[in-house]
Design a protein around this ligand. Structure first.
Ligand SMILES: NC(=O)c1ccc[n+]([C@@H]2O[C@H](COP(=O)([O-])OP(=O)(O)OC[C@H]3O[C@@H](n4cnc5c(N)ncnc54)[C@H](OP(=O)(O)O)[C@@H]3O)[C@@H](O)[C@H]2O)c1
Length: 270
């Protein structure tokens, strides 16, 4: 019950990792505001969470639309009196396309939700946190924003943007006792990856990229968010915690063998 009495707003918490965040924060005693564009799904999540004995609220809002975000934050602050923690989890990754084939609408769709949406929510909640004397903001980025992945240009750019946005907000808002950090998960077995989890060839292709040779579990990402929201992380600010099983910067085995082979040849030819 590390977060008893705290109020957390989690964007995109109607399903996937966001729903897991909602459950995880409720188990730690926090009152949870559940958001998504689909209000019915938000209500279903709220019903599950209420059995844990915490208060909930559901707000249908599109994080990429500033008037929706303003309404969401006003309604949440009005009902609970404060917002202690913001988890910017809402995100989309709707297509795989080579750069030359991406349309302007596609670019906008991804950047509007994944980067502008994070900014709008940070700004609206940040203003409340400034008034109330502090808070914690946790932005969900991705290892894709560090490594870069072919076919996912807008997604990777948006997630790279989330990391630097978090850092700059931490610089600016430390004076208000607002700590801002990001989490960059690798491949997680859930959420937007759910449709491929029964496709053996794809899953094994992904796990080959990971030194731990498995996908991440949603609860492994939730634990990091709980840590960043708790007093245990009181000196962590402006950083990104990467949870990717060691994937970032890892060269799969074939690559290392190639390097070893090259080095062998080189050492024979001084
Ligand atoms: N799954 C992974 O392997 C992985 C890895 C790295 C990072 N991430 C990041 O983790 C976050 C959650 O991903 P996930 O895999 O759980 O995805 P998901 O299952 O597709 O869930 C996305 C959530 O975001 C909401 N959402 C989408 N657009 C929205 C909008 N415009 N306004 C408000 N809510 C919106 C969706 O609800 P509605 O449809 O009801 O709006 C849903 O609740 C994302 O930021 C994603 O980029 C995921």
């Amino acid at each position: 019950m590390r977060l008893k009495g705290k109020v957390v707003l989690i964007t995109g918490s109607t399903r996937g990792i966001g729903k897991e965040f909602a459950m995880g924060f409720a188990k730690e005693g926090a009152d949870v505001i559940i958001n998504g564009r689909n209000l019915e799904k938000a209500k279903a999540v709220a019903k599950e969470i209420e059995s844990l004995g915490v208060k909930t609220m559901t707000i249908g809002a599109d994080v990429s639309i500033s008037k929706d975000v303003t309404r969401m934050v006003e309604e949440a602050a009005h009902s609970f009196g404060r917002i202690d923690i913001l988890v910017n989890n809402a995100g989309v990754n709707p297509f795989i396309l080579e750069a030359e084939k991406i349309k302007e609408e596609g670019w906008d769709q991804v950047l509007d939700v994944n980067l502008k949406g994070v900014f709008l929510c940070c700004q609206a909640v940040g203003k409340k946190m400034i008034q109330q004397g502090g808070g914690r903001i946790i932005n969900i980025s991705s290892a894709a924003g560090i490594l870069g992945e072919q076919g996912f240009l807008p997604y990777c750019v948006s997630k790279a943007g989330v990391m630097i946005l978090s850092r700059i907000l931490a610089y600016e808002w430390s004076r208000y006792n607002i700590l801002v950090n990001a989490i960059a998960p690798g491949f997680v077995a859930g959420g937007m990856n759910a449709p491929i989890l029964n496709k053996e060839i794809l899953v094994s292709g992904l796990t080959q990229q990971v030194p731990l040779k498995r996908l991440g579990k949603p609860e492994e990402i939730v634990k990091i968010a709980l840590f960043l929201a708790s007093e245990e992380s009181s000196y962590i600010n402006g950083t990104t915690i990467v949870a990717d099983g060691g994937m970032t910067g890892y060269h799969p085995v074939g690559f290392l063998e190639l390097i070893a082979e090259m080095m062998k040849k080189k050492s024979q030819n001084p």
